[in-house]
Ligand binder design. Structure first.
Ligand code: SPV
Ligand code: MG
Length: 584
């Protein structure tokens, strides 16, 4: 939830002035930390009034000295440092999108106030309200507290100093009148309002701890006359904590532009906390306290944990994609040596080729593995695998085996030829690739002579990196121009090793292209006599010709193909002596 509300300081700062320009009453709720900030930012009710949809929420956040101090277990006497306040302010700004008004207490020494203005403005705060009392002030609400007013001219000079350092026209400095709190009456308040407005204050807050609203309503009336007299229009702010029966419409009509609910989230949380603590003590368990508590999940939702869970799941599903191993064909070059065993069942240093593949896949958290069998189907073995039988394996190609497992392609898939051994890191590199189709290709073919009698999936890169020429190449440019068994080896830049990754989109295009070819093409297509003989490389080339980008991941070692009987010997030697496949 919270990251959805993120906003830049420059985008947030001007929002308060924009709201005031609309002429509606700006409704502000207190926050004292990130979580209460989220509540103030997100609280919303919906209903209907006179047949119209009505949505109500708070317009801005009040960063209160009373509640910020109390949340830290301190009294509201300017004992919490500005740095500590700024820490809370930034905590709230990080998880909210609404404009913020900061309670600046007395503003302190005028030079300190300049730094306060500068830092708040930079952070994206829209307004600071400073009260005309002597530092260190005492909270205004407690009866009987000594309240010492600042000299009005000294206070006006502080406002001027603040106005001089602010850098944007978005930021506001609002002067708070404590005359009614100090018991010196309306005339003093009005007089001070005039002085502060003339000093450049962007608005006035009139504070009162009376249970009655008559004195602030009277002030509002006389304030309007003052504005007329000064030929200016600057917003009036109230904090109806004690005179809280009055409703917003009345305040708005009386001339108030901003209403601040200054401490209610902290007070309600405190009450619930004390009750919860006592309920647990009374019952010696927490069951009875549950109705006093929000469900854990509500908190998770509020602070964005459920979003993270969703993202984790998406990430997991993108790595936990299915693997398809086409293993149906006969292996003429090797069959004499291994009899009627499928090639995947050849043993290398005591383990079958397939078991070694599965091991490497599992290490990379790839556990949904489908093996398409054909030749000697009954001899195929493997733990925890899905076997699909391609009964027509003699007719088609490995592509038809792969397509038999199309149900597994829904979220994208990995395709792995059954006769190659690949080191683990290559799988993880491939899984990290974001492109829709990525083929793992080996570039050592550029430096080796072609092996007689061996069919190779040749690749020509669009990146034109070839032979011993050393060009700068960028991975995102690594796309395939041509792929096929009949390409000129001298022109080829790479060999496709038989391992590829298809994203969900890549898999969709792969299937769509095949369906289109099967339905609409007759006769020769790419290197195949017809679609029934289509190989994987033909379909990939067809996709490339239709404008689809097929990327590659370049390697030059770390894999081994079991093609000839000598390869089995070599693999045995390599696995007995090391875990690294270093022939390529
Ligand atoms: C605050 O919220 O800290 C205020 C308002 O300054 S009051 O507590 O009423 O003084
Ligand atoms: Mg305060």
């Amino acid at each position: 939830m919270t990251l959805h509300n993120k906003t830049l300081p420059e985008h947030r700062r001007g929002k308060l002035k924009a709201l005031l320009a609309e002429g509606k009453l700006v409704r502000v709720l207190e926050a004292h930390n990130g979580l209460s900030g989220i509540v103030a930012d997100q609280a919303r009710i919906e209903g209907t009034a006179n047949g119209k949809i009505l949505i109500r929420e708070f317009d801005a956040i009040w960063e209160s000295s009373l509640t910020d101090s109390a949340a830290k277990g301190h009294p509201d006497i300017e004992v919490i440092s500005f740095d500590s306040r700024l820490h809370t302010i930034n905590e709230i700004l990080a998880v909210t999108g609404k404009p913020m008004i900061v309670d600046g207490d007395t503003g302190g020494d005028p030079s300190a106030f300049e730094y306060t203005v500068s830092k708040l403005e930079r952070a994206g705060v829209s307004a600071v309200i400073i009260e005309d009392k002597v530092f260190p002030k005492r909270n205004s609400l407690e009866p009987g507290t000594t309240q010492t007013l600042e000299d009005s001219e000294i206070f006006a000079a502080k406002i001027k100093r603040g106005k001089q350092v602010q850098m944007t026209t978005d930021f506001m400095i609002i002067a708070r009148l404590e005359s009614l709190i100090a018991g010196v009456g309306l005339d003093d308040a009005l007089n001070r309002a005039r002085i502060y407005l003339q000093a450049g204050a962007d608005g006035i807050m009139i504070h009162s701890k009376s249970k009655e609203s008559n004195e602030i309503l009277e002030f509002a009336k006389r304030y309007r006359s003052l504005l007329n007299e000064l030929e200016t229009d600057r917003p009036l702010v109230c904090v109806p904590t004690t005179y809280n029966f009055i409703v917003e419409d009345q305040l708005h009509k009386a001339g108030f532009s901003i209403v601040i609910y200054a401490n209610h989230l902290l007070r309600s949380a405190y009450k619930a906390m004390v009750e919860t603590a006592k309920t647990i003590l009374s019952n010696q368990r927490s069951f009875e306290a549950d109705p006093l508590c929000a469900p854990v999940r509500d908190i998770f939702e509020a602070v964005g944990f459920l979003d993270i869970k969703k993202k984790d799941q998406q990430e997991k599903s993108s790595t936990n994609i299915a693997v398809i191993i086409p293993a149906a064909g006969e292996a003429p070059d090797i069959q004499k040596k291994i009899g009627d065993l499928p090639k995947a069942m050849v043993e290398v240093a005591g383990q079958t080729l397939l078991a070694r593949q599965v091991q490497a896949l599992n290490v990379n958290h790839l556990n949904d593995i489908t093996v398409v069998t054909g030749f000697s189907h009954q001899k195929m073995r493997g733990e925890g695998l899905t076997f699909l039988q391609n009964k027509d394996y003699k007719e088609g190609s490995e592509l038809h085996s792969i397509l038999l497992a199309r149900d597994k392609m829904r979220n994208g898939f990995l395709m792995l030829y059954s006769d190659i051994l690949v080191e683990n890191p290559i799988f993880s590199q491939l899984l990290a690739c974001q492109e829709d189709i990525v083929l793992v290709v080996d570039n050592s073919i550029q430096f080796l002579e072609p092996v007689a009698g061996k069919i190779v999936d040749y690749v020509i890169s669009r990146n034109k990196k070839h032979r011993l020429r050393r060009n700068i190449s960028f991975a995102h440019q690594n796309t395939v121009a041509k792929i096929g068994k009949r390409l000129d080896p001298a022109l080829s830049t790479h060999e496709f090793i038989g391992l590829a990754k298809f994203s969900k989109t890549g898999a969709e295009h792969f299937l769509e292209t095949y369906e289109d070819c099967a339905k609409n093409f007759e006769g020769k297509i790419q290197e195949a006599q017809d679609v029934s003989q289509f190989r994987l490389t033909d379909l990939l080339q067809e996709m490339i010709d239709r404008g689809f980008n097929v990327h590659y991941l370049e390697i030059h070692k770390g894999w081994l193909e079991i093609h000839f009987p000598e390869d089995i010997r070599l693999a045995n030697d390599l696995y007995q002596n090391s875990t690294k496949l270093s022939t390529h």
